[in-house]
Design a protein around this ligand. Structure first.
Ligand code: TRP
Ligand code: SF4
Length: 329
């Protein structure tokens, strides 16, 4: 039966502990997809180097944290393959081969790259590796012959490039790769504490492994409806990010909060305290599971080794086909 399941691949760059935006934008979805699909989830450690090749000392620690966050949140290493990109050297080989199948102007048109160039003010400092980011991502996806790639909006251009490369390969050398579809996640733009998209680089995050006190401290700094200067001013929950947090993590109380806010029956401080408690409660099982895994010596390493082994098996199969089709066997 599992032979006929469609294949999913997705990944995250290990740049820190996962936050609520990562959870709603990706992780929560992945957990649900595990039942229906054969899933590969990858820590994209090589991809970190494309925008920061100088600070490699944190990558291993963050990779480990990512496995803990993933498994805590419900990714099941028994049924899904969780692995580390850099430990499957085949990715480097496929990346090299695929890089011949796409032009430089095509990669320069990548809107995600343009955005990064603007945000990080890179201008003339874009490395060859950074330009090739989507080609490495294409190698990640095609290596597992994935049918579906669940990602946020910002990654869609990379999936599109992957599709173009796959078509080109199949056309020139013969069919090896399914043409993968992107699968947009729902809550793709979750608000951070300042109202912008929650993102580590903006420093507006709540981590999913944060305890109640930590969450409370952070939520207290959040922006709310600016029209509510006094407690007696009626609020507008639909423009308040705290209300978005209620909708996601305390759904049973959204009606009540909505009317208390619009009727000026609850103060923002009180509302925030309560939503912090709701968020902490929501993630409590995750934190417990995470801690249990962390406290079992060798457990994470075993899971990583086993995931890498399974990923490598599939990757070697693919590379055999690729080399044969390219007459490089
Ligand atoms: N680029 C993705 C991100 O930053 C991470 C990633 C690497 C990925 N390889 C992938 C996502 C393959 C999906 C499929 O979020
Ligand atoms: Fe936002 Fe709550 Fe204040 Fe209303 S009461 S504005 S929902 S923090």
């Amino acid at each position: 039966m599992s032979k006929n399941k469609k294949i999913i691949l997705s990944g995250n760059r290990p740049t820190g502990k996962l936050h609520l935006g990562n959870y709603t934008g990706a992780l929560e979805n992945w957990v649900a997809l595990q039942k229906e699909y054969k899933c590969y989830f990858m820590v994209a450690d090589w991809h970190v180097l494309t925008t920061d090749h100088e600070h490699t000392d944190e990558i291993r620690r963050y990779t480990r944290e990512m496995f803990l966050d993933w498994i805590g949140a419900g990714l099941d290493p028994e049924i899904s393959t969780l692995f580390i990109q850099s430990q499957i050297k085949e990715h480097a080989e496929l990346f090299l081969l695929l890089s011949m199948l796409i032009t430089k102007p095509r990669l320069e048109r990548n809107p995600t790259l343009k955005e990064q160039v603007r945000d990080l003010q890179l201008d003339q400092n874009v490395s060859y590796g950074h330009l090739g980011y989507p080609v490495l991502q294409a190698a990640d996806i095609l290596m597992y012959r994935a049918d579906l790639v669940p990602v946020g909006e910002d990654q869609m251009p990379h999936v599109e490039i992957t599709r173009e490369i796959a078509r080109k390969f199949n056309q020139v050398f013969g069919t090896v790769f399914p043409i993968p579809d992107g699968k947009l996640t729902q809550f793709a733009r979750f608000p951070g504490l300042d109202g912008n998209r929650m993102s580590k680089s903006l420093g507006n995050t709540i981590e999913i492994s944060d305890g109640h006190e930590e969450i409370k401290k952070k939520v207290m700094t959040a922006f709310t409806d600016p029209a509510r200067k006094r407690r007696s001013d009626p609020g507008h929950p639909e423009i308040c990010l705290i209300y978005t947090y209620w909708q996601k993590f305390g759904a049973d109380r959204t009606k009540e909060i909505h009317s208390a806010c619009t009727g000026a029956k609850i103060g923002c401080v009180e509302c925030k305290q309560q939503v912090a408690a709701a968020i902490a409660k929501f993630f409590e099982p995750l934190r417990d599971k995470r801690r249990a895994l962390e406290d079992t010596p060798g457990a994470v390493d075993e899971i990583i080794d086993e995931g890498n082994r399974r990923a490598r098996e599939r990757a070697q199969e693919t590379m055999k086909m690729v080399r044969e089709k390219m007459k490089l066997g």
